[in-house]
Design a protein around this ligand. Structure first.
Ligand code: SAM
Length: 278
């Protein structure tokens, strides 16, 4: 287990707040995150933002291979020092949103998992990029801001339920695992964190006729939470109100229904019917 405090002091590292650099210092939390990945030597792990490698080392001990993608070139020499000594770790200096992941994982015969203490400023784009990528990913274990984890796993008719919940649950099954105090990081972030696991089922995704329209409908449905679906969707998507009313009747839903009342399945049925009109 590497000592984050010691390494930061030894290398005199200046942390970059804008890159979401809050490094884990708690060995127990690092072990729990790696355990949550249910890893074996058949697994290839993609780690987003390894930082100075605290989690990377734990992952390397359990997985068959770890591909650690870090944007900050100043951290790469330290990462080589801490995690580079493991033969099954590949360190890539790149932006996770730009790197060609498919070519990095090509040839791997086992399962592929994403495990990361995510930089908070790009949580949603990174999560949605993986979920919608069609990459053969089995599961994701992510540490994110507590509120974001609750939104991803939220059920209909709760205040946390929104476009992110539907987007995530259309492709996977999220489960909140445990909270992590802000005291477990250097520097201490302003928010508490939560670790969640998303098993990618693709179950619902296969039922979606047009993913683009599904997204537009979900976004429009939650764009004005207080409005009914008929009003929010007609104004956001410039659709005829009567058409949306007809779709609701078809789905046996009341005209006054709001977006937050619809289950993921109902959103899929709604968008599939609307797809026919676009
Ligand atoms: N894994 C380390 C840990 O748990 O201590 C560091 C986690 S820290 C919250 C997030 C890391 O992601 C930082 O090292 C940061 O430089 C890196 N990062 C930020 N944006 C990134 C991006 N677009 N692509 C890859 N890494 C990024």
């Amino acid at each position: 287990m590497i000592n984050t405090n010691e390494i930061l002091t030894k290398h005199n590292i200046r942390l970059t707040k804008s890159l979401g650099q809050n490094f884990l210092t708690d060995a127990n939390i690092i072990r729990k995150i790696a355990d949550a990945g249910m890893l074996s030597k058949d697994d290839l792990v993609i780690e987003v933002g390894p930082g100075i490698g605290a989690l990377t080392v734990s992952l390397a001990q359990k997985a068959g291979k770890v591909i650690a993608i870090e944007i900050d070139k100043n951290l790469i020499p330290i990462l080589q020092d801490t995690a580079g000594q493991f033969k099954n770790v590949t360190i890539i200096n790149d932006d996770i949103l730009k790197v060609d992941i498919l070519s990095l994982i090509s040839g791997w015969q086992g399962q592929i998992k994403v495990i990361s203490n995510l930089p908070y400023y790009i949580t949603t784009p990174v999560v949605m990029m993986f979920l919608e990528s069609n990459l053969p990913i089995e599961l994701m274990v992510l540490m994110v801001q507590k509120e974001v984890a609750l939104r991803m796993a939220a059920k209909p008719k709760t205040k946390e339920y929104g476009a992110l919940s539907v987007g995530v649950q259309a492709v996977g099954e999220p489960k909140v695992l445990f909270n992590v105090s802000r005291n477990c990081f250097i520097p201490k972030p302003d928010v508490d964190s939560t670790v969640l696991r998303i098993i990618l089922t693709q179950h619902y995704k296969k039922q979606i006729i047009d993913y683009n329209i599904f997204h537009k409908c979900v976004k429009a449905a939650f764009s004005q939470r207080r409005k009914t679906l008929v009003n929010s969707m007609s104004s956001t998507l410039q659709m005829d109100k009567q058409l949306i009313k007809d779709v609701l009747v078809n789905l046996k839903l009341k005209e006054q229904t709001r977006g937050e009342e619809l289950s993921v399945e109902q959103f899929i049925s709604l968008s599939n019917l609307i797809s026919e009109y676009f």
